[in-house]
Design a binder for this molecule. Sequence first.
Ligand SMILES: [Zn+2]
Length: 149
Amino acid sequence: MSNKETRDPNEIRDSDIVFVCPFCSKSLAIDCRGAGLTISCPDCSNKIEIPIPEGMEVSDIDSSDADKAVRLIHMREVISDSQQRILDLEQDIKDVMTRRDALEAIRTENALRFEVIEREVANIQRSLLRITEVLGSIQDAETSTQGRK
Ligand SMILES: [Zn+2]
């Protein structure tokens, strides 16, 4: 078996992962080094993930190539977990940003409300000042009337 390139694609080796495409049910045999990878089904072209054989152990395989493959599989599992955690964190960030936007909107709304209240307070103060002026002039008029008496 010197020419790997021309090997029969239908030939299944011990190290191959044999599984069924979940879309077209085509039986597939993929080299174990592909475990955990996403590929396009050669039959239906749907994206499928090559399953990682359960309980795959270094002792199950003789060659160091397979040894490397197992380590690669574990690495892929770790990467897959990390990717899931990244997705979870991204969702958390989105949630926090949504909450922040909501708070920002409330803050803006409150700021606008305060502006309105401030304007109203200023109006009341002006009115009070005007009333004080009017009262003062009435008092002055009374005083001058009394003085004339
Ligand atoms: Zn398929």
